[in-house]
Design a protein around this ligand. Structure first.
Ligand code: EPZ
Length: 420
C-alpha cells in the first residue's frame, strides 16, 4: 500500500490540466455493450475505476485496448450476460452494465452492488425503470436477473427519496435506446455526465432528446453502431483543485474545464471571497487574503454537488467563523469529520448536517483515507496544515484522481507518494 506525505503551508501557483470525467467515462464504457462494432473513447483518465470497468468489459467478452487517454472497445464474438460479484462489489458504478446487457442480449445477471461507506446506496430506481420497460426481474444469491424478449418504450417517473438518480437514469436511458417505441423519463438526473452519456449514445445512432433536463425522451432504434467520442472534463476534479487554491489563499489556472458545469461552486465561493473567472476554456482562481465562512446544502445538479462536500468542508474548517454543511444526497457522507478533527478542526455532526467552527490553523497528522472524496478533503487539509501530514490507504484517492500528487507538485506543493 502507499501513502501521501505532505509538507503543509506551500502556496500554489501555475496551471493544472483537468482530466476527463470519471463519472461520464464509466457509463460510456458500459454503453459500448450496446453494439458489436468498435467504439473509441478519448480523454479517459487513468484511474483505478476506469481500469476496473475495463476489466469488467473484458470479463463480459469485449476486447478493451488502452493507449494513453484513449480506450478502444471491440467485440470478439458473443458477450456474456453475467457481471460477476468480484468486480461489481469493488465499484458501484459497474451496476450500469445492467441496462445495456439487458437491451443487447434480452437477459442480464448483475451482482447487486453492496452499500459503501458513504451510504446505503439502494438500486430500487434502477429496478423500477427496467421493470417499467417490460423486463421480468428476480433476485438470486445477491444478483439481480432481468429478462425480456423485447423491451417496450414507457413513460416513467424516476425520482426517488433524494431526488433524481444519476446511474438509474443512465441504466434506463441505455436500455431504452433499443426498446420498441418511445420512452419518456421524468425526474431524470441532469448531471453533465448523464448528458455526456446521451451524446455518446447519439453518436452510436440512438435517438435522444432533452438530455441534461429533467425530462429525457428516447425513441428506440433497431441497432446501434460504433462511435468515436471525446469525454467532457471532470468537474469534480476541477472543483477539488479550485478548493485547494481557496484553502491555500492562492491564485491558479485550470485548463480543459467547463465553467458552466461549476456554477453552484462558483456562486458559493464568490460569497466566501474567492473569485473564479472564466478565460476561454480556462478558469482563473483568485483568492482574497481572508475568506468568509459560508453554509451550503448538497443537492442534485445543478445544485451544489455532494462529491465536493468533503472538500468544501476542509476549506471551511480553516475559515474562522461558523458554517453549516448539509448533505441531502448522502446524509451519512461524513467519514472525513473525525480525521479533520484529528488535525485540529472543530466540526460537529448533527444528523445530515455538519456544524463547522472554523479555526485559524490546523496541524499535520497521520490520517486514514476512507473513501474517494474524503481522501481529497484530507489532502486539502494537509496542504494547509502546519507541519507534515501522512494520508494512508491512498488507493481510495487513486480511484478518482489521475496523478494528483504529480499535478500538485507542479503547482508548488510539497507532496510525495511513498510505500507504507
Ligand atoms: C453517482 O452515483 C456518482 N457515481 C457518485 O459519485 C455521486 O455522488 C452520485 O451520482 C450523486 O451525484 C458515478 O457516477 C459512478 P445516485 P449514483 O443514484 O448514480 C438515492 C464519486 O465520488 N438512490 O445519483 O450511484 C441514493 O441513495 C461518486 O465519484 C435511491 O434512492 O448516485 C442517493 O441518496 C460517489 N435509489 C441519491 O439517490 C436508487 O435506485 C443519489 O444517488 C438510486 C439512488
Amino acid at each position: 500500500m502507499e501513502k501521501l506525505v505532505i509538507e503543509g503551508g506551500k502556496k500554489l501557483q501555475g496551471e493544472v490540466k483537468i482530466s476527463g470525467a470519471k463519472n461520464a467515462v464509466l457509463p460510456i464504457m458500459a454503453a459500448t455493450l450496446l453494439t458489436d462494432e468498435t467504439c473509441t473513447i478519448h480523454n479517459v483518465p487513468k484511474l483505478r475505476d476506469t481500469m476496473t470497468m475495463a476489466k469488467l468489459l473484458r470479463s463480459l467478452g469485449k476486447n478493451v485496448d488502452i493507449e494513453k487517454d484513449c480506450v478502444t472497445v471491440s467485440s470478439k464474438g458473443e458477450i456474456s450476460y453475467l457481471a460477476d460479484y468480484k468486480l461489481v462489489s469493488t465499484m458501484r458504478g459497474s451496476f450500469c452494465v445492467l441496462g445495456p446487457l439487458l437491451a443487447k442480449l434480452g437477459i442480464a445477471k448483475v451482482s447487486l452492488p453492496g452499500g459503501c461507506i458513504i451510504g446505503v446506496r439502494p438500486v430500487d430506481l434502477h429496478i423500477k425503470g427496467i421493470q417499467a420497460l417490460g423486463a421480468k426481474i428476480h433476485f438470486e444469491g445477491g444478483y439481480v436477473i432481468a429478462q425480456s424478449k423485447k423491451l417496450q418504450g414507457t413513460h416513467i417517473y424516476l425520482g426517488g427519496v433524494s431526488g433524481s438518480s444519476v446511474l438509474a437514469t443512465a441504466n434506463v436511458m441505455m436500455a431504452a435506446t433499443l426498446a420498441a417505441g418511445e420512452t419518456i423519463i421524468e425526474s431524470a438526473a441532469c448531471e453533465p455526465e448523464v448528458e455526456d452519456l446521451a451524446n455518446f449514445l447519439i453518436e452510436m445512432g440512438a435517438r435522444i432528446k432533452g438530455h441534461g433536463s429533467p425530462q429525457i425522451v428516447i425513441s428506440g432504434v433497431k441497432k446501434l453502431h460504433g462511435a468515436d467520442y471525446k469525454v467532457i472534463p471532470d468537474r469534480i476534479e476541477a472543483g477539488t483543485f479550485i478548493l485547494m487554491a481557496a484553502a491555500m489563499r492562492s491564485n491558479i489556472v485550470l485548463r480543459d474545464v467547463r465553467y458552466n458545469h461549476l456554477s453552484a461552486l462558483v456562486d458559493k465561493l464568490e460569497e466566501a471571497g474567492v473569485k473564479v473567472i472564466k478565460e476561454h476554456n480556462m478558469i482563473r482562481v483568485k483568492t482574497n487574503k481572508t475568506i468568509k465562512p459560508v453554509s451550503v446544502t448538497m443537492l442534485p445538479y445543478p445544485g451544489f454537488p455532494t462529491d465536493l462536500q468533503a472538500q468544501f468542508m476542509a476549506v471551511m474548517a480553516m475559515t474562522p467563523g461558523i458554517s453549516v454543511i448539509t448533505d441531502k444526497i448522502y446524509p451519512d457522507r461524513f467519514m472525513h469529520i473525525a480525521e479533520l478533527n484529528r488535525m485540529g478542526a472543530d466540526i460537529r455532526r448533527e444528523g445530515s448536517s455538519a456544524i463547522v467552527q472554523g479555526t485559524k490553523a490546523i496541524y499535520g497528522a497521520p490520517v486514514m483515507a476512507s473513501d474517494l472524496r474524503a481522501s481529497a478533503a484530507l489532502l486539502i487539509a494537509g496542504l494547509a496544515a502546519e507541519g507534515t501530514t501522512e494520508i494512508h490507504r491512498i488507493y481510495h484517492l487513486d480511484r478518482g484522481y489521475e496523478a494528483i500528487d504529480e499535478k500538485l507538485a507542479k503547482l508548488g506543493a510539497k507532496v510525495s507518494r511513498e510505500k507504507e
